[in-house]
Design a protein around this ligand. Structure first.
Ligand SMILES: *Cc1c(COP(=O)(O)O)cnc(C)c1O
Length: 460
């Protein structure tokens, strides 16, 4: 049985609420068909519990909303920019900050200034927008995550680690000068929100430094990663979250950040670096794509909310509840025998669609169909992270066939209660009992880029 004492109660009181609607199964079936079985194309008003993403779906605190009122909307040199810069420097330790409208804005800038066409960009598994920008700028993505990350059933800590032997092999074969930088994600979203150990970050730094290769982190969920280090890595139990985050980034040359995740806001992002020349280049480019280097596509109030949110995310009570609430959902599903990716990561529970739908082949898009069926049966919205999200090879046009074929139940921060998690668990368990009803899908419309966002399907 589940031991409830393991899961802390919400470390906040609720003082503003948003009612949610629940439409009938009949209506949901119609909605799903009209959306081409793509949960991205369903309207929010038709969703009961929305686990599509943890991106920009955070609930802000009273202090953050207060901060919105002191937005300094000057075109240049806003005081909120300086506040954000101060908070990021304090916790991350990087010298320079360039705000962007969200994470991919930072990825766009970094890929343009740090990749020469034909260079390799090794990373611990890919992320959709990250790899897209790397490839668009002539980079060649190489997956150097440890093999265990591709095995959904293996319950070991720090499954997001970089395989140092794979990195060494790439350096030996291609030459250090042909590697743009190492892109290290903390945590690894598509591996199931798996964290990277401090020991691994340190080792990556040592190896790359020997060869003069830079390391940039995808810092999107760095606070969740820090919690896992505190919980599971020897020597970190007594360190604060901020101290751990600071040490993590001491092994990097900079980072891209989607503020929509661990900064507890609804929009925002930034790029950090220590190098002066890169900073100059980033500032020259940000005005083309985002705006002045002191606002980067954001309103002053948004920068203020992000500064306050990042500060709040460092509180141990906040991040402990966050990670353990996600784990609670995973534990309930595991107890009922539902196949999920183990161990449960920081931001989501990933259903293993291969084992959930053994009657479907990967080319029948089992995860896409499972997500659509979960919505039809329960009003719970999730997201495909499998063959559809992986897209096609930019050269051969063949489908990438990721080993992991998953449905992501992503938990927004500070939004839902444990009772909501119970409703979700019951719905998934029910569907698992009737899994044979889940049919395969085929494309009716396939966009050329980042196809998962707007593709449409029909049942086979
Ligand atoms: C969300 C995300 C991004 C992109 O950030 P946006 O703010 O959505 O543009 C990059 N990397 C990872 C790991 C993400 O989860």
């Amino acid at each position: 049985m589940i031991d409830f004492s393991k899961y802390p109660a919400e470390p906040f009181r609720i003082k503003s609420v948003e009612p949610v609607a629940m439409i009938s199964r009949e209506e949901r079936l119609k909605v799903a068909q009209e959306a081409g079985y793509n949960t991205f194309l369903i309207n929010s008003k038709d969703v009961y519990i929305d686990l599509l993403t943890d991106s920009g779906t955070n609930a802000m605190s009273d202090r953050q909303w207060g901060g919105m009122m002191i937005g300094d909307e000057a075109y240049a040199g806003s005081r909120n920019f300086h506040h954000l810069e101060e908070v990021v420097r304090k916790h991350f330790g990087f010298k320079h900050l360039v705000p962007t409208h969200q994470g991919r804005g930072a990825e766009n800038l970094l890929s343009q200034i740090a990749i020469k066409p034909g260079q390799y960009v090794p990373g611990n598994m890919y992320f959709t927008t990250t790899r897209y920008h790397q490839e668009r700028n002539g980079g060649i993505f190489v997956d150097i995550i440890r093999d265990e990350a591709h095995d959904a059933t293996l319950d070991i800590p720090f499954k997001g680690n970089i395989d140092l032997a794979k990195l060494q092999k790439l350096i030996d074969e291609k030459g250090a000068e042909n590697i743009a930088y190492v892109c290290l994600a903390v945590t690894v979203n598509l591996a199931g929100g798996q964290p990277v150990a401090m020991e691994n970050m340190r080792a990556v730094r040592e190896l790359t430094q020997k060869h003069g290769i830079k390391v940039f982190y995808d810092a999107t969920r760095c606070v969740e990663n820090a919690y896992f280090i505190k919980e599971q890595e020897a020597g970190y139990a007594d360190k604060t979250i901020s101290e751990i985050v600071h040490e993590m980034f001491s092994y990097a040359d900079g980072c891209t950040m989607s503020g929509k995740k661990d900064c507890l806001v609804n929009i925002g992002g930034f790029l950090c670096m220590n190098d002066e020349e890169l900073f100059q280049n980033a500032k020259e480019l940000v005005v083309v794509y985002e705006g002045m280097p002191s606002y980067g596509g954001l309103a002053g109030r948004d920068m203020e909310a992000m500064a306050i949110g990042l500060e709040e995310s460092m509180q141990y009570e906040y991040i402990r509840h966050r990670v353990l609430q996600v784990r609670y959902l995973g534990d309930r599903l595991k107890a009922a025998g539902v196949p999920i990716i183990e161990p449960v990561g920081g931001h989501a529970v990933f259903l293993d669609a291969r084992r959930f739908c053994p009657h479907l082949t990967q080319e029948q898009f089992p995860a896409q169909s499972l997500a659509a069926n979960l919505y039809i049966e329960s009003g719970v919205r999730s997201m495909e992270r499998g063959i559809v999200s992986a897209g096609r090879d930019i050269n051969t046009g063949e489908n990438h066939k990721p080993k992991l074929e998953t449905v992501r139940l992503t938990i927004p921060r500070r939004v839902y209660t444990y009772k909501h998690m119970d409703v979700v668990a019951d719905a998934v368990i029910d569907l698992y009992k009737n899994k044979e009803q889940i049919k395969g899908l085929r494309f009716v419309y396939e966009p050329k880029q980042l196809r998962f966002f707007t593709a449409r399907f029909e049942e086979i």
